[in-house]
Design a protein around this ligand. Structure first.
Ligand code: GLN
Length: 229
């Protein structure tokens, strides 16, 4: 994924989170402002969200560009959630182009998106990966190890592949977890909730940049940052 975002807070419509802001994920799919790798994110999009009263996330993914999906645009204003992960994809060279290769991935409980790349040869064998794309194998490894080991997994994979970029973003309905490892991430903490995004979706002066090599945890009580080296 080349651009992703997450929200934890008061319910917002998927349109308000993904489509409507001036530099929304939709705009980032064709005109990202801070993207270092790739120029457009046209190889698919995905949104996962937790609906009230349901522990398991719902997910809508597509291998088409987000700007070419009028059905999602018509439904997004009436879908609301207080915990969302969304992503637009710029496929790494050699990776499969299919819906199952698009984030967010899930183990039925967590949603997880990967912005970056990793040499698949350094990853241990995993069961239940949704696709052969590097990001799905990495997601399956994180799910296997448990999200409490997210920082350890990123450190280990980063050591095994020094060229890896490992910006991960995960949610389980009650908290967000994220890592920065080679790419950008910004945070917006407001009285209504907290957003994490590869790049700010508007010019709100409260957006702050997360330092590279960080582990981020967001709960209803706030945001904590831990250095990952
Ligand atoms: N490597 C992943 C893919 O091919 C993610 C790519 C990215 O972050 N641009 O989908």
């Amino acid at each position: 994924m080349c651009r992703h975002l997450a929200w934890l807070g008061r319910p917002r419509t998927l349109a308000a989170l993904v489509l409507e802001p001036p530099s929304s994920l939709l705009v980032q799919s064709y005109a990202p402002r801070r993207q270092r790798y790739g120029t457009v994110n046209a190889d698919g999009w995905g949104v996962g969200f937790f609906a009230a009263g349901r522990a398991r996330p719902a997910r809508w993914r597509s291998a088409r560009p987000l700007w070419g999906d009028p059905s999602f645009a018509s439904v997004a204003p009436v879908l609301s959630s207080g915990c969302v992960v969304a992503a637009v994809r710029s496929a790494t060279v050699g990776m499969p182009l299919e819906e199952s290769a698009v984030a967010p991935f899930t183990d039925g409980r967590w949603l997880l998106s990967h912005n970056g790349r990793v040499d698949r040869a350094v990853l241990p064998p995993v069961r239940d990966a949704e696709s052969t794309v590097d990001s799905a194998l990495l997601a399956a490894l994180v799910f296997d190890r448990g999200l409490d080991a997210l920082g350890d997994v990123v450190r280990e994979v980063g050591a095994a592949d020094p060229g890896a970029r490992l910006n991960l973003l995960a949610a389980d309905g009650t908290r967000l977890l994220a890592t920065t490892w080679g790419d950008t991430l910004s945070a917006l903490v407001t009285p209504d909730g907290t957003a994490l995004a590869s790049e700010p979706w508007d010019d709100d002066p409260r957006w702050t940049d997360v330092p590279d090599h960080s582990l981020v945890e967001v709960t209803p009580d706030g945001l904590t940052l831990t250095p990952l080296r």
